[in-house]
Design a protein around this ligand. Structure first.
Ligand code: PGA
Length: 250
């Protein structure tokens, strides 16, 4: 079965609305003929409506980098699923390692957010990955499986089809150290095997598993041609239109 790849751009805390608009205007012509893969931009919340408007009618979707699990409430600084949808976004990142590291996002919160995203018809990109100490201690598989079990707790296989998983080894994020295609492919195999156990073999076969961590134009093709790698979550190299376009058009 062939899975349509997703190239996702995580802009993190970069770009004002004006900068985001300028990016989209330069980027769209560079990927206008791209039908092989899906493309999604994840701007900051303040640029969401600008990017939605600028990408209208194009082959580029828009998502938020983080979403709260509650319908609404006294959660200062947070964004709800309803707000995300009303702004015209269709995707959300969940459990990015920076959220886990700096904002105490636990597997329990990831799970709550995943339930909310699926209930609300938002495509969730669930991020998992081991830190360097865990890899060096030979615990990568354990860590990935624990994160997956936490994230998918109580998710019915029938509801799981929209889920996208991003494998992002934390030691490769923003460091310039990319996992080799073999290391990434190995982790993706582990993840797919675990998804078969937790959800179902059919979901394991269809779920898209993205690789993230210092993806750039120079290494995109070696990573994205691996059988179990179904796209990329790109941080630093997604901030320039030509660089992201080169990854999309690898
Ligand atoms: P990077 O970030 O491409 O800058 O390593 C990836 C990510 O954090 O999603």
């Amino acid at each position: 079965m062939s899975r349509k790849a997703l190239i996702a751009a995580n802009w993190k805390m970069y770009k004002t609305p004006a900068e985001a608009k300028a990016f989209v205007e330069a980027f769209l012509p560079l990927v206008a003929n791209q039908t092989r893969d899906e493309i999604a931009l994840f701007p900051s919340a303040t640029s969401l409506t600008t990017v939605v408007a600028a990408t209208a009618g194009s082959n580029v979707a828009v998502g938020l980098q983080n979403m709260h699990w509650a319908e609404e409430g006294a959660y200062t600084g947070e964004t709800s699923a309803a707000m995300l949808k009303a702004a015209g976004a269709t995707h959300t990142l969940i459990g990015h390692s920076e959220r886990r590291q700096y904002f105490n996002e636990t597997d329990e919160l990831v799970n709550l957010k995943l339930h909310t995203a699926l209930r609300r018809g938002i495509v969730p990109v669930v991020c998992i990955g081991e830190v360097l100490d865990e890899r060096e201690a030979g615990k990568t598989a354990d860590v990935l499986c624990t994160q997956l079990r936490g994230a998918f707790s109580g998710i019915a296989p029938e509801a799981a089809a929209p889920i996208v998983i991003a494998y992002e080894p934390v030691w490769a994020i923003g460091t310039g150290k990319t996992a080799t295609p073999e290391i990434a492919a190995d982790a993706h195999k582990i993840i797919r095997r675990e998804v078969a156990q937790i959800l179902s073999p059919a979901i394991a076969e269809s779920v898209r598993i993205l690789y993230g961590g210092s993806v750039k134009p120079e290494n995109a093709s070696a990573l994205l041609t691996q059988h179990d790698i179904d796209g990329a979550l790109v941080g630093g190299a997604s901030l320039k239109p030509d660089s992201l376009a080169a990854i999309v058009n690898y």
